[in-house]
Write a protein that binds this ligand. Structure first.
Ligand code: DGJ
Length: 728
């Protein structure tokens, strides 16, 4: 998979059908050569764009035939004769920001290293091979090791960089990208997953142009607004064709993904920690590890790339007991009662849920301290005996006896000003001198860079988890970081807080998930405000959005599926209410939409009519039959809600013997009585029985001609259709 041809100075990383080529320029500058379809070799002169113009500085006064600005440095520095923005920047004690990294050596080995304190993909020795290239600037004592791990099966490459200070003086890192690639042209669309609270991960596409285009977060979390997974794609690329590059950061804090198109029409793409409001002081002998980035290339459009990414996340990022385990059907209390509940109400819900075939009851916000609204008690993780007089243990046991597992909500990273914790430790919050800390949702953020805060939270959460049979935790986080400052850090390290917060959170999550390996952890941040690869390493499920309206969810879930697998995506059926849009989509459509993830409900089961109860029972029985297919199958997106009035997606099992198709038509239109929906991913040599009717179809027929949908079956808006095929 990885080779180095010494005579040519050529590195070839071949991952599945894709090759990533780098070349050592004679002066030791490591250059990117190509990221392309599988290619055995290449001549280095491909990369030296001849730029004899006098306005480019010549790195070699004796050879003016090349200039770095016409080349493609792999990890470009600031201040060298390449005046485009680099992949990193440092500052020395003497104020200089200039450095020059040159090749110093490399190693190739089987497997993949873990990154200390950071979430990262993992691999066995036979699954992956790793290349470490060490670059050094001997004059200033800076060493940077670039890591490349090649996953052959899914054709993915993981990358990161480790900075080491080998000098006797301090070196401050001002920018440190996890990944940088310079393409020789810019004929690509920049495709991002952008949005806002309750409308996350909309697909945005715009052609690259001269200058820089970026998406980023400076909110202290990966955010609802932008997602740390982006694409560069040929303009004509669609689900099935065209060259597409996907880039994801395994990190949950401030990030930046940037495409700079220079004056020669080359595109330098970088991804990593957002350099805005970041720096890291490296004392002599210290090192700094960037988060990991993953990249995949597809020559067969977005669909192929997403499916490979889904498998990689399922097989090489998620961990623990729940990694591959089918997810239980949940009833979550939030939209049904918010914080207005008592034990009696909860027990009645659970009783009804058990009758309906639901498998887990989750008690959301409001069970602790004096929490009856969102002004109080975060930080005080003690049971509210007024609401639950017999306590959580008794409640959970009772619910277990009804045949349901029990899950619980926490928001450990936060503290309410009205709480015993804040009274005792007002200095534990994130704040800076001379400015009042802002409240958001009436709460402050705890400074997780502090060991004592992590320790307190580990104990407080563990105490509850140890004391009751709790099978699931919803880990929420309901505000972003303002007035970023830590009382624990010296002035010259204040800009490290964003990153140190994440390291503290990751350490806490590692400890808790190791301590409670049987618990299914689902992360949440006001819905999908921290849906990223970093969180999925610790918690294999994420609540996709606070918006549970099925029609709005079509876009949210379709956009999410661009990078993240169905098994990771919490998706619940709700009733139109205060949180969702007041839109009366039929129950069947709400169910069909929520099926495309880790399925559940967010409603009062006692309010369901008898007819609805029958439908919910049937829906749960059917989901139990197909959840393996959805959660572990291959997803094909058929019709995009971003490009038309309809949405369709489907799942096929790995052996192609089963397929489930979901079609949605939010607005009824009389002009089209029928539609041929072309399916994908089936076996062309197999026949399939449509379970709903018993009719038999050939796989090639369904893919090449299509399945004929009767659009007049339902004459209302918000219609949907589910088709379940079994191979014969
Ligand atoms: C935000 C979450 O997204 C909701 O599902 C719910 O858990 C609330 N927080 C509770 O405060």
């Amino acid at each position: 998979m990885i080779s180095f041809i010494k005579e040519q100075g050529l590195f070839n990383l071949t991952a599945g059908n894709h090759s990533y080529l780098m070349y050592l320029w004679p002066d030791g500058l490591l250059c990117h050569l190509a990221y392309t379809a599988k290619t055995a070799g290449a001549r280095a002169d491909h990369l030296a764009v001849n730029v004899p113009w006098t306005f480019f500085a010549a790195p070699n006064p004796n050879d003016k035939s090349y200039a770095y600005e016409g080349m493609t440095a792999e990890y470009p520095s600031y201040g060298s004769p390449d005046l485009r923005e680099g992949a990193y920047q440092i500052e020395l004690e003497n104020g200089s920001r200039v450095s020059n990294l040159r090749y110093a050596g490399h190693t190739i080995y089987n497997g993949k290293p873990q990154l200390a304190g950071l979430p990262a993909f993992y691999a066995s020795e036979s699954e992956a091979e790793t290349l470490e290239i060490t670059l050094k600037d001997a004059a200033i004592g800076l060493s940077v090791t670039l890591f490349y791990t090649v996953f052959n099966k899914e054709g993915a490459i993981c990358r990161s960089a480790r900075f080491a200070n080998e000098s006797q003086k301090n070196i401050k890192i001002l920018n440190a990208a996890s990944l940088c690639i310079t393409y020789l042209n810019y004929n690509y669309d920049f495709v991002t997953l952008s949005g806002r609270w309750a409308n996350e991960r909309n697909i945005e596409k715009s052609p690259l142009r001269f200058g820089s285009q970026s998406v980023s977060s400076a909110r202290g979390a990966s955010s609802h607004a932008q997602n740390p997974f982006v694409f560069l794609a040929e303009p004509h690329a669609d689900e099935q064709k065209g060259e597409v590059f996907g880039f994801g950061l395994v990190y949950s804090g401030n990030f930046c993904a940037k495409a700079d198109v220079d004056q020669l029409g080359m595109c330098r793409f970088s991804l990593g920690i957002n350099p805005y409001d970041f720096s890291w002081l490296l004392e002599p002998g210290e090192s700094f590890q960037t988060p990991e980035a993953v990249t995949l290339r597809s020559s067969r459009g977005f669909g192929n790339l997403s499916r490979r990414m889904h498998r990689l996340v399922r097989n090489n990022l998620m961990r623990g007991k729940w990694q591959h385990q089918e997810r239980p059907i949940i009833l979550n209390s939030w939209e049904a009662v918010f914080m207005d509940f008592n034990a009696e109400k909860i027990e009645a819900f659970a009783q009804e849920a058990a009758q309906l075939g639901i498998e887990m009851f989750v008690l959301d916000d409001g069970w602790f301290g004096k929490r009856n609204d969102d002004t109080t008690s975060l930080g005080d993780w003690t049971e509210n005996k007024e609401k639950l007089p017999e306590g959580l243990k008794a409640l959970a046991e009772k619910i277990n006896r009804m045949g349901l597992q029990f899950g619980l909500w926490f928001e450990p990273e936060m503290v309410s000003p009205a709480s015993a914790l804040y009274e005792k430790h007002p200095d534990w919050i994130i704040q800076c001198e001379n400015c009042a800390p802002s409240q958001s949702r009436n709460q402050y953020v705890l400074d997780l860079s502090r060991q004592e805060v992590q320790d307190y939270l580990e104990e407080a959460v563990s105490k509850i988890l140890k004391n009751a049979p709790i099978s699931y935790v919803k880990w929420d986080m309901n505000r972003n970081i303002t007035e970023s400052g830590s009382q624990n850090l010296p002035p010259n390290r204040q800009k490290e807080l964003g990153c140190r917060y994440m390291l503290g959170l990751y350490s806490l999550l590692e400890r808790l998930t190791q301590r409670f390996p049987d618990i299914l952890f689902e992360s949440c941040s006001g819905g999908g405000g921290r849906y990223d690869l970093g969180m999925l390493y610790y918690m294999p499920q994420t609540w996709a959005s606070d918006n549970t309206d099925a029609i709005a969810r079509l876009k949210i879930q379709y956009g999410t599926s661009m990078a993240y697998p169905a098994i990771s995506m919490g998706a619940h059926v709700s009733t139109p209410g205060p949180l969702s849009i007041d839109r009366r989509a039929p129950l069947a459509t709400r169910i069909n939409c929520a099926y495309s993830g880790a399925f559940g409900y967010e409603l009062n089961p006692l309010n369901l009519t008898d007819e609805e109860k029958t439908a919910v029972k049937e829906a749960n029985a059917f989901y139990k039959q197909i959840r393996g297919l959805i959660q572990k199958g291959n997803m094909y997106r058929l019709l995009s809600p971003f490009e038309g009035q309809e949405t369709a997606w489907m799942y096929t099992s790995e052996d192609k013997k089963e397929a489930a198709v979901f079609y949605f038509k939010p607005l009824f239109s009389a002009e089209m009585p029928a539609k041929l929906l072309k399916l994908q991913g089936l076996d062309i040599n197999r026949h399939y029985r449509l379970e709903e009717t018993g009719d038999i179809y050939a796989g090639d027929e369904l893919m090449n001609i299509g399945f004929r949908l009767n659009l007049l079956e339902s004459r209302g808006d918000y219609a949907s259709k589910r088709l379940y095929f079994k191979g014969l």
